[in-house]
Write a protein that binds this ligand. Structure first.
Ligand code: NOJ
Length: 689
């Protein structure tokens, strides 16, 4: 065996190639990768056979030397005893166009380093690492190549660490809790972190903004981050019920571990790093994929006016659905969501997920007739598939259900996975025997969620997933994966025992949950007290103007006008919801302080109008916005939906002033936001006769 010799030759070849790349402080082999513009650098280090990486932004340390590696079941750990076998570099630069999105064109420009490692024992196991350096962050992933004696692997852990350079201020939600991703954010120093979900966003002690997340989560366990102390976080993969984290065959790649790096908070929002790290569109034809707005038989259930189950208050009746279809058609909405249309809701539906039918409707709901009625008015029904995590039951019906919906012109499905904690029953597909209880963010469910996306694509169905796996940018590859929940939505205001979402919550979301991808928050509640529900402790903790602003601030290609149609009757503010699009040419962030306020402007993908949404926390404030984003040489009318002088979410939330103002790109506009308030503006070019 002359393997060691070959290895030594490889090592010296690598060092020869990389002269000048060693840092003076670390006694190790180190390979530096810089981003194309030089803003960020990631260094791979091999110290005494142990792999590490570190990250810098300019002169600032972002990630200090942090461990890398993988621990396998019944195999030696792939964490130490390595030598570098080969190194490759490449530069990539391309601009691609999203079929729909928050911006039309995205530049994907990075430098890549591939490092192949081999262990220095008789087995000589190989582990490869990919690093990418972008000007808006860095990313890396593992590759377990196909190799002798390792056809299959069971990953027990990643050794991946993120040794942050200080005790930064972090915005986080806890992981492994009953409500999945649905928690209010805590803002604490890093040292006080629990085990948390990603994206985890931080403001560093020297004023940078970082967000750690993952991209392209495919057939792998979701990553949470565990606090190891000393400002170091460790990758925490959701386990299967038997403790294994990931099962697979070689070759196997992990998702990308991503670190977005920004100098101002708004740059986190306009960074498309997570999307760029996903594979290009896998669908040939995307002509059937259409962003849009919808209404639905939904809020009525959450405030107790209707029921999902059959009976006197059944919401999904033929007559009620016709009323919603008429309302949608009159007001230019694309879809009507109907929940509770299918059998299985009677009794304890959360416990009885195996009883849902996804094709059979309740007798008072004429599915076929309503689909035809909707089509006659150029409106689509949105199918609702609550599974209550009855995965086997759902998978057995998927093909038939989606084929039926497609035949009926139903082009969108909202799915749901209500269930709490590690409680998803993994049943043998053939026998129904209970094999284990799983997490929503473990590999079993990651596989299921992807399977649904793929079956849906085959049947030309767009998806809006509630209780989902977090977004990791797979919408780039599967553009029918439109939007999802994965955070506390508006519904928490209807029944949350804590009284619902706080005013500051929505000013944190754009810098945390929304960095992962679109969010079906369901804004647009006008009846802010919904007194008929008889829940005095629940209300919407915003002003009316803030409800409008959320359509621009919280990106979703499918946005709902969530309130009951009757609550929009005669309301001038409803015009903004009718006007606002859900597909954008461009997005910019003129100003933001995480947890305090955020202003976002977006240009319509299919027209000349710009839209602005600005929201604040519990504090009222006046912001000045420079309208220099407006197009050159065009005069606009700003249609302004603003909090009134005496608005306050606590005492006077409905007071609103709607006004018009001539503006152009030289204008500086004052936005007055009430406590818990907001402002929404449409800028339309002055009509030239
Ligand atoms: C929870 C979802 O978030 C909500 O939108 C839906 O109405 C219920 N589950 C019932 O499926």
């Amino acid at each position: 065996m002359n393997r060691p010799l070959i290895r030594i030759r490889f090592i010296s070849a690598c060092i020869g190639l990389l002269i000048g790349c060693r840092t003076s402080t670390i006694d190790a082999e180190s390979i530096v990768l810089k981003s194309p513009g030089g803003a960020n650098g990631v260094t791979f280090l091999l110290k005494d056979g142990v792999p590490y990486y570190q990250v810098r932004h300019g002169d600032a340390a972002v990630i200090k030397p942090s461990r890398l590696g993988i621990r396998l079941r019944n195999e030696a750990d792939l964490t130490a005893n390595f030598a570098i076998e080969k190194v490759k570099r490449l530069t990539f630069d391309e601009t691609w166009t999203q079929p729909w999105g928050e911006t039309a064109h995205i530049r994907n420009h990075y430098n890549e380093l591939w490092v192949s490692l081999r262990q220095l024992d008789s087995l000589g196991r190989r582990l490869n690492l990919y690093f990418r350096a972008y000007d808006d962050g860095v990313a890396f992933r593992y590759e377990l190549p196909k190799q002798e004696g390792l056809p299959r692997v069971e990953i027990m852990d990643e050794a991946t660490e993120f040794a942050l350079a200080g005790d930064h201020s972090a915005w986080w939600i806890p992981a492994y809790r009953p409500e999945r991703y649905e928690y209010l954010y805590s803002n604490t120093p890093l040292s006080r972190l629990d085990t948390v979900h990603t994206p985890l966003t931080m403001e560093t002690v020297d004023g940078l903004f970082l967000s750690i997340h993952e991209a392209a989560l495919t057939d792998y366990a979701g990553m949470a981050l565990a606090n190891k102390g000393a400002n170091t976080l460790e990758c925490d993969l959701a386990p299967w019920s038997d403790g294994v984290k990931v099962r697979g065959g070689t070759p196997l790649v992990s998702p990308w571990r991503t670190i977005q790096i920004a100098e101002i908070p708004g740059e986190l929002i306009t960074s498309y790093l997570v999307l760029n790290l996903n594979e290009p569109n896998a669908l040939d034809d995307v002509s059937w994929i259409e962003p849009g707005k919808y209404v639905g038989i939904w809020w009525g259930m959450h405030i107790g006016k209707y029921t999902w189950e059959s009976g006197e208050k059944h919401g999904a009746t033929t007559a009620n659905t016709q009323r919603y279809i008429d309302f949608a058609a009159e007001n230019g909405f694309d879809g009507v969501l109907v929940e509770g249309w299918n059998t299985g809701w009677d009794g304890d539906w959360i416990a009885n997920g195996d009883l849902f039918s996804f094709t059979e409707s309740y007798p008072d709901y004429d599915l076929e007739g309503l689909a035809t009625y909707a089509a006659g008015k150029d409106v689509r029904l949105i199918g609702h598939n609550e599974t209550s995590t009855g995965i086997r039951n759902y998978e057995r019906q998927l093909e038939d259900a989606f084929a039926l919906y497609h035949r009926m012109g139903i082009n969108t499905v909202k799915s749901g996975y209500v269930g709490h904690g590690r409680n998803i029953r993994r049943l043998d597909p053939a026998t129904g025997e209970l094999l284990g209880l799983e997490w929503h963010h473990g590999q079993y469910m990651v596989r299921h969620y992807r399977k649904v996306v793929e079956v849906a694509a085959r049947h030309q169905i767009m998806l809006d997933v509630h209780e989902p796996i977090k977004a990791t940018g797979i919408r780039r590859t599967w553009p029918n994966m439109m939007t999802r929940e994965g955070a506390r939505g508006q519904e928490w205001n209807a029944w949350g025992h804590d009284g619902g979402n706080t005013p500051e919550y929505t000013t944190i979301l754009p810098f945390t949950r929304l960095l992962a991808g679109p969010f079906d928050f369901t804004p647009g509640i006008f009846d802010l007290y919904f007194e008929e529900a008889g829940r005095p402790d629940n209300r919407i903790s915003t002003t009316l103007a803030k409800q409008l602003a959320l359509y621009v601030v919280l990106y979703s290609p499918l946005h709902m006008a969530a309130d009951l149609p009757e609550n929009y009757e005669g309301q001038p503010a409803f015009q903004f919801i009718r006007d606002v699009p859900t597909d954008w040419e461009e997005t910019r962030v003129p100003g933001a302080v995480i947890g305090e306020y955020v202003t976002i402007v977006r240009k319509d993908r299919h027209g000349p109008n710009w839209y602005l949404g600005s929201i604040t926390n519990d504090q009222g404030r006046t912001l000045t916005v420079n309208l220099d984003f407006l197009d050159e040489g065009i005069e606009y009318v700003a249609e302004i939906y603003a909090d009134a002088g005496d608005s306050d979410w606590r005492t006077n939330p409905l007071a609103m002033e709607i006004s018009r103002l001539p503006v152009n790109r030289a204008t500086r506009l004052e936005l007055r936001l009430a406590p818990g308030g907001g402002q929404a503006i449409r800028f339309r070019p002055v009509a030239v006769d």
